[in-house]
Design a protein around this ligand. Structure first.
Ligand SMILES: *[C@@H]1O[C@H](CO)[C@@H](O)[C@H](O)[C@H]1NC(C)=O
Ligand SMILES: *[C@@H]1O[C@H](CO)[C@@H](O)[C@H](O)[C@H]1NC(C)=O
Ligand SMILES: *[C@@H]1O[C@H](CO)[C@@H](O)[C@H](O)[C@H]1NC(C)=O
Ligand SMILES: *[C@@H]1O[C@H](CO)[C@@H](O)[C@H](O)[C@H]1NC(C)=O
Ligand SMILES: *[C@@H]1O[C@H](CO)[C@@H](O)[C@H](O)[C@H]1NC(C)=O
Ligand SMILES: *[C@@H]1O[C@H](CO)[C@@H](O)[C@H](O)[C@H]1NC(C)=O
Ligand SMILES: *[C@@H]1O[C@H](CO)[C@@H](O)[C@H](O)[C@H]1NC(C)=O
Ligand SMILES: *[C@@H]1O[C@H](CO)[C@@H](O)[C@H](O)[C@H]1NC(C)=O
Ligand SMILES: *[C@@H]1O[C@H](CO)[C@@H](O)[C@H](O)[C@H]1NC(C)=O
Length: 833
């Protein structure tokens, strides 16, 4: 979770599951689910499938999922959505008690931030019966409720109707799009366009120009980060073309300005004025300002073309001209759907025999897996201005996405993955370290260190043979990793790590005197554990590049997670927990349940706050103590052996310490594999999916975290789990009888068949006698060496067939029947392939 909220996130999470869920049930329009269900029914036995019809873009728009249901192309820089009042980081929320501020082109999806992200350039259609001077331009005056039960959206399309019956629709290209407004019969269309207000209320100066003859408004300025230092600003620009190629005629136009809060009095309009220039308010005020215009006659429908740019207003206009031109709304929507189908069809399932909810969950998750990060290639600013490399905005945050998001992309989209990896490396080229949490084109807050290492590491391990063809120099990639692993940045709050003290002590000490580098000295235990796994990624690439000394150094450092393990701490009868530690080696006690869902305190700070005293980031010691994905075998020893480990896992889930929505917990349900009890993992994953995910707007256990949750769910449904920075997959029980993953770059297609699949097994608790447990894995006709894992190089890289044979009796197959998944301390990861 990338969360910085006024309340503790633990409080919000429990709120989310208890009360919030039941407040709202009116959105979206009931016809959305009806349409999806009938498309899934109709697709049975059909060959030419439109996968966009299976996507429910509203999943995660309630219960703090922070998903943006707006109109976007894959990785679009533009995502058109309405912005609502209240807690709505992605703009839209289903909560019908919130009001609509306007429709706007820039959003992120699935990112938690206290006030929201982007939301610049809102437009709001108005009816002003008293004429221009009476129009409601400021936020408080123009905000309106929606017409309940009418919100509609699908890939490439967004629609919402106001309670005065004005419908707002949008469709988009990468950097531009069309907005369409339908007015009730006989009303004169007025519009307010907002120059200053974004969701986080961060305006820091800008200007706007109206060209009435051309029917064009250009505007732009500076705004602030949603999850980073408030001292930094980014620039953004937009270009609004109002005449629909001459089919529409402007009537009145002018500018307006108001106080941030209307009751202080300023609410002025200037009919006929065409410019406004506003500077940053040094005293700290926010003000509201923008354009106001109307159209001649009483046209029922108004089409407005919008271009955006992070470079200039001229480029914003050019983007609209090049990407939209004079294409119709239906044309742009059709092109967007075609792009989405291309992405969604990379994974094809046996729709006929898959439970309908699984189909909807899978394709809705795959949709979000290509919704972000935002492709802002050619739209760069600051140190990236004019870079010749691809550029992606909203890497928000790498701590969230390295575990499942990039491993999923790695299966089917190496070209896109390589572009994003290049953008990470470009961070190192331009800033000296790779980005951890790029938000709004600015450096955002670091969570666990330099998780980019695990992202570029995963790419190198899986695609080093193809890297140069994909535009990546693995040696350069390694140099970028080494900078993260060896050099202290001046401020490790925004990039890199506090590497000096970590190397000196073998862990990040609590209360250490650091005279050379700056950062908030909290989260010592979790930073040590994440730094160690980042070192494992460096070790993996060092091995690939045959650098034995580096392999020794970074293998050693990857075991530093052990140094924060206090064997003497007990909780609920279990012994040995991660703890923060003083420089002299003495542990500083934290109750392992602090910051867990079982924490008795509802005021404890658990996130980035300076008074987070527990030593962990957004987690408890109960939760983070499981985190050593590269060396679980040794974790088992630390925790007292296989039987105790299994009992402790059971207790962790049964006693309620597990948080499905939190990234450090992603691999924990499959921990049983490492204790040679894979059937237990199958049971646990079924339970987790049904307890935490469904097809409703509240169907995510919290923040989607830039599709980290979506991609975790995809892996659960496919019966796979990736070990990051390796080519190993853990094998589980698929929720679908058959799926094919296409990798058009490798020219490979791999079909995974779940032999004996029984749809009755797709339940929270697998019924007695129903096949669901893995007995045998066969890869291209040959029995695999283990039931518990297989390798990318033997399967998806080559293509062909994988058969997972399922049986009803979990006990009879509750062992790996061959090798366990790898761990460093038991001789694992000896070779990279
Ligand atoms: C799909 O085909 C199967 C087998 O041919 C048949 O039993 C089933 O009724 C068909 N389903 C639909 C929805 O047409
Ligand atoms: C829509 O529903 C919400 C929540 O029930 C309610 O507060 C609001 O008044 C309704 N709006 C309209 C226009 O009926
Ligand atoms: C604010 O004013 C200064 C001084 O006139 C000027 O240099 C700067 O460009 C202005 N900033 C904006 C965003 O207009
Ligand atoms: C990003 O945009 C650039 C420029 O249009 C394009 O070449 C590239 O393929 C896009 N990448 C992705 C992942 O969408
Ligand atoms: C591993 O790290 C420890 C602690 O920093 C150090 O004492 C030891 O010499 C290292 N071993 C190797 C093989 O580098
Ligand atoms: C280590 O330092 C801490 C904090 O200063 C102190 O409480 C503890 O007693 C010290 N341990 C030893 C063994 O000196
Ligand atoms: C756990 O079980 C595995 C497989 O049976 C065995 O190889 C391993 O040594 C055991 N681990 C411990 C710590 O006993
Ligand atoms: C599908 O999901 C909906 C919404 O969560 C739920 O009401 C329904 O019971 C589910 N259907 C099945 C067959 O699981
Ligand atoms: C995939 O096939 C195309 C066309 O046959 C070929 O040009 C390309 O080199 C192949 N890619 C790989 C990775 O083999």
């Amino acid at each position: 979770m990338a969360v910085a909220r006024p309340l503790s996130w633990v409080l919000l999470t429990s709120l989310a599951v208890t009360t919030w869920l039941h407040v709202v049930e009116a959105q979206p329009s009931p016809k959305v689910q009806k349409r999806i269900s009938s498309a899934i029914r109709a697709a049975a036995n059909s060959t030419n499938i439109d996968y966009t019809k299976f996507v429910n873009v509203f999943i995660g728009t309630d219960n703090f999922g922070d998903v943006c249901p707006g109109a976007s192309v894959p990785f679009g820089m533009v995502k058109f959505s309405t912005d609502l009042t209240g807690y709505a980081p992605a703009g839209y929320v289903t909560d019908a008690t919130q009001k609509i501020r306007g429709l706007s082109p820039l959003h992120d999806s699935g990112t938690g931030s206290s006030l929201g992200t982007y939301g610049n350039f809102e437009i709001m259609p108005l009816v002003c019966p008293g004429g221009f001077d009476t129009c409601t331009t400021t936020l408080e005056k123009r905000e309106r409720f929606r017409k309940n039960n009418t919100d509609d959206a699908s890939p490439g399309y967004f629609s919402q109707t106001l309670d005065n019956d004005i419908q707002m629709e949008a469709t988009s290209t990468r950097r531009a799009g069309l907005e369409r407004f339908t007015f009730p019969k006989g009303s004169k269309p007025y519009f307010v366009l907002d120059l200053t207000n974004d969701l986080p209320a961060s305006f820091a100066g800008g200007s706007m120009d109206i060209d009435p003859a051309k029917g064009r408004i250009t505007l732009g300025g500076l705004w602030g980060s949603s999850f980073g230092p408030t001292s930094l600003n980014y620039q953004a620009y937009a270009c609004f073309d109002l005449l629909d190629g001459g089919k529409q005629k402007l009537d009145e136009f002018g500018v307006w300005r108001g106080n941030q809060v209307y009751r202080y009095g300023l609410d002025a309009k200037g009919l006929g004025l065409t410019n406004i220039h506003l500077n940053r308010s040094l005293i700290g005020d926010q003000y509201q300002s923008g354009a106001l215009f109307s159209f001649s006659g009483s046209p029922k429908q108004i089409n407005i073309r919008v271009g955006v740019s992070f470079v200039s207003t001229a480029q914003a206009c050019q983007n609209a001209e090049e990407e939209v031109g004079d294409a119709s709304f239906e044309d742009i929507m059709g092109r967007s759907q075609a792009l989405w189908n291309e992405k969604l069809s990379k994974i094809e399932i046996d729709v006929t025999n898959t439970p309908a909810n699984v189909t909807e969950l899978l394709y809705s998750s795959l949709y979000r897996a290509s919704l972000t990060p935002n492709n802002a290639t050619g739209e760069t600013q600051g140190v990236f201005a004019g870079t010749t490399h691809p550029y992606f905005d909203s890497l928000y945050c790498s701590w969230d996405t390295f575990r499942t998001y990039y491993p999923l992309m790695s299966l089917h989209s190496p070209v896109e993955f390589a572009q994003i990896v290049d953008s990470y490396i470009d961070g190192w080229r331009k800033n000296g370290w790779m980005p951890e949490c790029r938000a709004n084109n600015l450096p955002g807050w670091t969570q666990g260190g330099s998780s980019a290492d695990n992202i570029v590491g995963h790419f190198a391990i899986n695609y080093h043979n193809e890297a140069s063809k994909l535009g990546i120099d693995v040696n350069e990639l390694y140099s970028a990793m080494l900078a993260d692993g060896e050099l202290n940045p001046a401020q490790w709050d925004v990039q890199g790590r506090q590497i000096n003290v970590y190397k000196q002590y073998g862990f990040v000490p609590f209360s250490v005197l650091d005279v050379t580098s700056t950062g908030r000295q909290t989260r010592e235990s979790s930073r040590t554990m994440e730094y160690a796994f980042e070192d494992f990624a460096i070790r993996q690439v060092a091995q690939l590049l045959r650098k034995p000394e580096d392999v020794a150094t970074f293998s050693n450092r990857s075991l530093f997670y052990r140094n924060v393990f206090d064997p003497s701490v007990t909780s609920d009868g279990f012994k040995g927990f991660a703890q923060k530690r003083f420089p002299n080696g003495t542990f500083s006690f934290t109750d392992p349940s602090d910051c867990s869902p079982n924490d008795k305190s509802d005021s404890r700070e658990c996130s980035l706050q300076g008074d987070n005293e527990v030593g962990f980031y957004e987690s408890s010691s109960w939760e983070y103590s499981w985190f050593a994905p590269h060396d679980t075998a040794h974790l088992i020893t630390l925790m007292g052996g296989n039987d105790t480990f299994v009992k402790r896992l059971d207790h962790f889930f049964n006693a309620g310490y597990y948080l499905a929505g939190n990234e450090p917990s992603f691999q924990t349900p499959i921990g049983y594999h490492y204790a040679n009890r894979p059937s237990h993992s199958v049971d646990r994953v079924r339970q987790i999916v049904f307890n935490n995910f469904d097809i409703t707007p509240a169907g995510l256990p919290g923040n989607d975290d830039q599709a980290a949750m979506a991609t975790l769910l995809v892996f659960h449904l496919l019966g796979l789990y990736p070990v990051p920075s390796t080519s190993q997959f853990l094998v589980l029980s698929p929720f679908t009888p058959k799926y094919t993953i296409h990798n058009s770059f490798l020219n490979s297609s791999t079909t995974v068949t779940a032999k004996n699949f029984d749809p009755r097994s797709v339940k929270k608790k697998i019924p007695e006698g129903v096949a669901a447990y893995v007995k045998k894995v066969t890869i291209n006709g040959k029995k695999a060496e283990s039931r518990c894992h297989f390798d990318f190089y033997d399967t998806f890289r080559l293509g062909g067939d994988v058969e997972i044979e399922l049986v009803p009796d979990g006990e009879s197959v509750d062992s790996c029947d061959g090798s366990l998944p790898e761990s460093l301390s038991t001789g694992g990861w000896l070779t990279t392939r």
